[in-house]
Design a protein around this ligand. Structure first.
Ligand code: GAL
Length: 349
């Protein structure tokens, strides 16, 4: 199996060149990423009419990615999700993080992984070509303790799996590491995901306070619109959320990874395309893009306008704010320690 590669200038951002790197397998599947935010730019699959279809939302210009608060298909870190009052409790110490949503630190704060231009290259690992991004997240920049030397690797396999891996080393202090990707999928040929089906290996989801900060309580999914144990049409589930403020899902599911680490499957019956999300961690955020607006969401898919439900972000991670709520997991990275987290998307078409 041969993987072909390419590297092109995508755009400039803030005076810096933004490069696009691509991997293509012999089945005609391409995954591309850009160096701004180590963003997943596209996953293209061949179509029956001889062209191809991109399964993730994307924009024509680098600046579009930071023109709205939706982190479209960008890398997220050091920590995904909301940290209450921007106070990171680590052992006996409390660190004041930078708030970027009211009093809350969201998705690593204003200087998180997504806002950085990463050093990128195509290289080989175990004799296969990969895209590698590297960045040192500095304590002086994002106010998290210690520096975090981070590498994000994209691999594309011959069985059409996009493998994303994040490896980080803490330097100078213990820190936290709970990265993810905000991959907004739209597998079909329509401008929204209402006819997609979703299955999630989950029995419960997190309770929030009024500003979406987890209380620590879990709520049962059974007999609620949150029950995705069986394949469920997203439009039907979203309709059941119509009298909530959110008018859809922006929720955190506690997941039970299967033997192959599958936590969710998204599929589009019309085109028979699907993606199996694999992760060994215990959380999945499902955001159905309820609050997407027409402006500042210059999507290629909808010719320069955004609209609610245009995609669904499936964000595999450890449940958030776990140094405050230790029952949610352990994302602490000790000074000098190195850890790898992985997310796989197995594509069928
Ligand atoms: C989710 C979050 C949403 C929004 C979204 C952006 O994790 O819960 O409120 O921030 O990410 O991609």
């Amino acid at each position: 199996m041969t993987i072909s590669t390419s590297e092109t200038l995508f755009d400039h951002y803030d005076g810096q060149p933004i490069t696009k790197f691509s991997l293509t397998n012999e089945n005609g599947v391409t995954v591309s990423a850009i160096s701004l935010g180590a963003t997943l730019y596209e996953i293209k699959v061949p179509t029956s009419d001889g062209s191809d279809a991109n399964l993730v939302l994307n924009y024509p210009h680098a600046a579009d990615y930071l023109a709205n608060p939706f982190y479209v298909s960008m890398a997220i870190g050091r920590t995904a999700g909301r940290i209450k009052d921007s106070q990171l409790k680590l052992g006996s110490e409390t660190f004041e993080l930078q708030p970027n949503e009211g009093p809350t630190n969201l998705h690593g704060g204003p200087h998180g992984f997504n806002s950085q231009v990463w050093d990128g290259e195509i290289t080989t690992e175990n004799n296969v070509p990969v895209i590698k991004f590297h960045h040192v997240q500095k304590e002086v920049d994002d106010a998290f303790p210690g520096d975090l030397d981070t590498t994000i690797t994209y691999q594309l396999t011959e069985d059409n799996t996009v493998k994303l891996s994040f490896t980080a080393t803490a330097n100078g202090h213990d820190t936290v590491f709970n990265p993810t990707y905000h991959t907004y999928f739209n597998l079909g040929n329509e401008s929204d995901i209402l006819n997609h089906n979703l299955m999630i290996n989950s029995d419960s989801h997190l309770e929030f306070d009024e500003i979406k900060v987890p209380t620590g309580n879990l709520l049962d999914n059974k007999n609620t619109p949150f029950d995705f144990k069986e394949n469920t049409k997203l439009g039907d589930a979203i309709k059941q959320m119509s009298n909530t403020t959110e008018k859809g899902f922006d929720d955190i599911f506690k997941v039970n990874p299967a033997d192959n680490n599958e936590i969710a499957v998204l599929s589009d019956p019309a085109t028979k395309r699907s993606v199996s999300i694999r992760s060994s961690r215990n959380g999945l955020v499902v955001f159905t893009a309820n609050s997407f607006t027409e402006e500042n969401m210059n999507f290629i898919k909808t010719n320069g306008v955004g609209k609610p439900y245009e995609g669904v972000a499936l964000e595999a991670q450890t449940l958030p704010d776990s140094t405050r709520l230790p029952q949610f997991g352990d994302v602490i990275l000790k000074d000098g320690q190195t850890k790898t987290e992985e997310i796989d998307y197995h594509i069928s078409f």
